[in-house]
Design a binder for this molecule. Sequence first.
Ligand code: SF4
Length: 89
Amino acid sequence: MIPVSAEDLVRFRRAGRPELAEQIVPGHFGDEAMATRADGACVHLGRPGLPHHCSIYEVRPNICGEFERGSWQCHEARRYAAREAVTTG
Ligand code: SF4
């Protein structure tokens, strides 16, 4: 789950994207998070012709910008997603 902070919600509104706040779901420990698709991916993953790009890149949650490609967190998330696919697939 991709946590969404109160600061993110304010940024959505200021950027003229209040509808993004309507795509928030309950997350862990009372936090809020981005909704996910049936395959577990964020609902904002993918642009026309660019399936691996963020469709809300300019206003994406802060945590998305802090998630460094190739970091141990990235590898851990990929391992977790693969494990989920095996257990639910
Ligand atoms: S970068 Fe975009 S597509 Fe990826 S998790 Fe964040 S909001 Fe979703």
